[in-house]
Design a protein around this ligand. Structure first.
Ligand code: ZN
Ligand code: ZN
Length: 443
């Protein structure tokens, strides 16, 4: 077989020369090699996946999960550093001169009960914020971990075809959008090489074998909102002697939506949701204060700024209408949008398109958030893409008013392991090879 470097070089060259048939043929051969190696590795990956799935761990408690991955990566030949950013891992594999390519997985599960009924379902519990809770991998981070180990194994098996350094990182606490920051603050890019390119994937409720990607914005900016309306408490039968904070909070919850509908450009994404409203103790007492908690989601910085301004103005105006003191408004900066690098995506796109054809598709950005953006904002040009998890027939049935598909964070979320992990390993291996190849050509 020709080297991956040559195959990919010719793939890129051929697409420049507009001979895509040759490009597809070469990448197809490479894909086949990856899939053959995957097949022989799969029993081990399946066991790892089911073990991690059955024994999930919550944010910053991923001690056993982390140890399992460390053992796997050492067995493959990586040099592993543990406890980076509390429970994170950095696994390095050096293979001559060349760029450093990062691949990230998350380690954490969610504080919720799994209700899939699968033979390897989680029944584990943990203490979370002082209370006992069930724990489940209902976001599919276990799929990412199995794909991550499988990709590492495959790339080491193909080491004659690339030169440089693999930097595989396993990040804690993605669900808390805190783990990426914790790893960076613990010296991820100073104690270890700063990667030239980074990749990450996330699974989702669409057919397995399919890959969704975007150039540019891929996920939302998420900011937290806290507002305290300050009133003057008193008897519910004598409102004239009070300033009613419940009234202010209620007015705010409704009026704040006019920022979305009247102030923001309707073609731009922006959401504000109030998820918690705390005030009072009894029906006949007007309380002193009302506290609101919310979340603000946007894609673009200018929309984000406009929404922050509108939220503060609305809160102050509502208080002024009630002749109340100014409210406390705190907007806490959360995670930023993941913005894919056009050059990294452009390079991987050629190879992944040749490998997956029309199963590799551009999709609109998703509204959830993802702290992979921390690495991008620290200067790692990246591509973040999604892989599907369900039987295509089940997806088609759901589209034709069949049973709805449980999405990420649903207690019923249940990826089909083998084809999902296979797509993860194949796509990630090809993406990493495309980046090595591109850098080797000095482009
Ligand atoms: Zn999640
Ligand atoms: Zn997730």
């Amino acid at each position: 077989m020709r080297s991956a470097k040559t195959l990919l070089a010719s793939a890129a060259l051929c697409s420049v020369l507009a001979v895509p048939a040759h490009a597809e043929l070469d990448v197809a051969k490479l894909k086949q090699t990856i899939e053959t190696s995957f097949e022989s590795e799969y029993p081990k990956l399946d066991a790892l996946y089911k073990d991690i799935h059955a024994h999930p761990e919550i944010a910053f408690q991923e001690v056993k999960t982390s140890a399992k991955l460390a053992a796997q990566m050492r067995a493959i030949g990586f040099e592993v550093t543990e406890k980076v950013g509390k429970t994170g891992l950095v696994a390095i594999y050096k293979n001559g001169d060349g760029p450093t390519i990062m691949v990230r997985t998350e380690l954490d599960a969610l504080p919720m009960e799994e209700k899939t009924g699968l033979p390897y379902a989680s029944h584990d519990k943990a203490i979370w914020h002082g209370r006992e809770t069930f724990v489940a991998h209902s976001c599919g981070h276990d799929i990412h971990m199995a794909s991550w180990v499988g990709t590492a194994k495959t790339l080491v098996g193909l080491k004659d075809h690339w030169q440089g350094t693999l930097m595989f990182i396993a990040q804690p606490a993605e669900e808390e959008v805190a783990g990426a920051k914790a790893m960076i603050e613990d010296g991820l890019f100073t104690r270890f090489p700063k990667p030239d390119v980074g990749f990450a994937l996330h699974d989702g409720a669409f057919p397995y074998g399919y890959i969704a990607y975007r150039v540019g914005v891929g996920s939302s900016n998420a900011d937290g909102l806290y507002i305290k309306f300050k009133g003057r408490g008193g008897h519910g039968a004598m409102p004239q002697a009070t300033i009613d904070p419940v009234m202010m909070a209620s007015r705010f919850v409704v009026d704040v939506q006019s920022i979305i509908s009247r102030e923001k450009d309707p073609t731009e994404f922006g959401v504000v949701s109030i998820g918690a409203l705390h005030a009072g103790t009894a029906g006949n007492i007007i309380p002193d204060e009302a506290i609101l908690l919310g979340t603000i989601r946007t894609f673009k910085p200018e929309v984000r700024a406009k929404m922050h301004d509108g939220i503060e103005r609305t809160a102050r105006a509502v208080a002024a209408m009630a002749n109340a003191p100014a409210p406390d408004v705190r907007i806490t900066e959360g995670t930023k949008a993941v913005v894919n690098d056009p050059a990294v995506v452009g390079t991987a796109e050629k190879v992944l398109k040749a490998a997956f054809g029309d199963k590799f598709r551009v999709t609109p950005p998703g509204t959830p958030s993802e702290d992979y953006s921390e690495y991008i904002n620290a200067g790692v040009p990246s591509m973040f893409f999604n892989i599907g998890v369900y039987d295509p027939e089940r997806v088609a049935a759901a589209r034709n008013s069949g049973p709805p598909l449980p999405g990420n964070h649903s207690p019923q979320f249940a990826p089909v392991p083998q084809p999902t992990i296979q797509t993860g390993v194949t796509a990630m291996t090809l993406a990493v090879l495309s980046a090595f190849d591109q850098r080797a050509k000095g482009q």
